[in-house]
Design a protein around this ligand. Structure first.
Ligand code: SF4
Ligand code: SF4
Length: 400
């Protein structure tokens, strides 16, 4: 695609990236076929090709307008379009630049900004978030229908192994996971302990910055990333061999720290090191799969929901299924596995109507062979899918 960037864009540090991404797009439209919002809404402007075209118009000088932002806001950033694109267009990077530039030129209404600010601050508020969740869980049985179901059930934390080992790995605790699903990391710590790895959870409560980045608040997100790097750095210098992440949404963020901070003279090197040490829990467990004893299965038939961050972001697809099949589980067929469940970071809060449609479609797609349990690899998907699900929704590590 030919480009002719406007002066205002040429003066930003993004011109080179924008041009190289736009030039790769040949406008073929293959990406529309796998885009969840295009499938739901049937509007070219709500598909990747149309969104790229709208951003191109803006980058070439058309003034920002609310319509443009509305179509960009409806994007889940699921990256299914990137997996499909034969030309290797880095759509998500273009979207990150486009959203932030358009918002700077055309600020959102105050209530929209306030909602975004409140969501990010609330999920990063530590004790306030934990207390609110606990209160909600106590009151849930008294709340009507869907409201009561929207509050995740309380998990009773299992004890953690405390042994020390020569092999040490850092683990991202996460901002909401320790409150909402503490046993994901507890199971991960215990399994890694059995494999001779000691887990260090430095920076408890610190966020990977993904929620802030999703709401175009990159300054706040970058500050969160720097804090996280500071908390990990002494352990990296002491020889931690990897940074394990149990939520794939956070994993894509950690893997991207190096790119996000490449212009920061103080943090560029450290961020690149952190990204190079990043590993998804699945990759660590797979390496040691021969040493894992098959557990007595709690469930027999399993449907696996592979988060978009895992299949389109990290490019790890079909491997949870292989690991669980090897451990004796029967894997159920899932239809349209490439489509997003609607959770997508803060999307389910900001676009509830579309997210609810995607949720219902996904539950139907996961239920075609009537599984006993649904497993996934990302806390956001886990909580979103569990709302109104007839079968439990767990992180896959809980089955090992
Ligand atoms: S992003 Fe890729 S698949 Fe979509 S229109 Fe452009 S080249 Fe084609
Ligand atoms: S990221 Fe997902 S929702 Fe957004 S355009 Fe690509 S496929 Fe569609």
């Amino acid at each position: 695609m030919q480009t002719n960037l406007a002066k205002k864009i040429k003066q930003t540090g993004h011109a080179e990236a924008i041009e190289s991404i736009l030039r790769k797009c040949v406008h073929c439209g293959f990406c529309n076929a796998t885009c969840p919002t295009y499938q739901l809404l049937g509007d070219e402007l709500d598909g990747p090709r149309g969104r790229i075209y709208q951003m191109k118009q803006y980058f070439e000088g058309e003034p920002a307008n609310p319509e443009m932002l509305r179509h960009l806001d409806r994007c889940l950033t699921c990256r299914a379009c990137e997996t499909t694109c034969p030309s290797g267009v880095n759509y998500s990077h273009l979207l990150e630049i486009g959203r932030e530039s358009i918002e700077r030129e055309l600020p959102r209404p105050w209530w929209d900004r306030a909602q975004r600010w409140a969501i990010v601050r609330f999920i990063n508020s530590g004790w306030l978030f934990a207390m609110s969740v606990r209160s909600g869980q106590l009151l849930a049985p008294l709340l009507p229908g869907k409201l009561g179901q929207s509050i995740p059930l309380r998990q009773t934390p299992i004890p953690r192994a405390l042994a020390t080992h020569e092999r040490k790995m850092l683990m991202l605790a996460g901002c909401v996971q320790p409150t909402l699903a503490p046993n994901t990391n507890n199971h991960a710590v215990n399994l890694l302990d059995k494999l001779g790895v000691e887990v260090i959870e430095a920076g408890a409560g610190l966020c990977c910055g993904a929620a802030a980045m999703h709401t175009s608040n990159s300054q706040y997100g970058m500050a969160q990333i720097r804090r996280l790097i500071d908390s990990w750095w002494p352990h990296i210098e002491a020889g931690a061999e990897a940074i394990v992440v149990t939520a794939t949404g956070c994993g894509t963020s950690v893997r991207d720290f190096g790119r996000l901070l490449e212009q920061d003279p103080e943090y560029a090197q450290k961020a690149a090191k952190v990204s190079s040490l990043y590993r998804d829990l699945l990759e660590v467990v797979e390496d040691e799969a021969d040493r894992i004893e098959s557990p007595a299965p709690r469930y027999r038939r399993v449907a696996v929901h592979t988060p978009c961050s895992m299949q389109h972001g990290l490019g790890i697809n079909g491997r949870v299924e292989r690991l669980l099949a090897r451990a004796g589980y029967e894997i159920c067929r899932v239809e349209d596995a490439h489509l997003c469940c609607g959770s997508a970071g803060t999307y389910s809060m900001l676009q509830p109507a579309l997210a609810a449609r995607l949720h219902d479609n996904k539950i139907a797609a996961l239920s075609v062979e009537q599984p006993d349990v649904i497993v996934t690899a990302n806390i956001g998907c886990q909580l979103h899918l569990a709302q109104g699900s007839q079968v439990p929704v767990l992180h896959w590590i809980e089955l090992l």
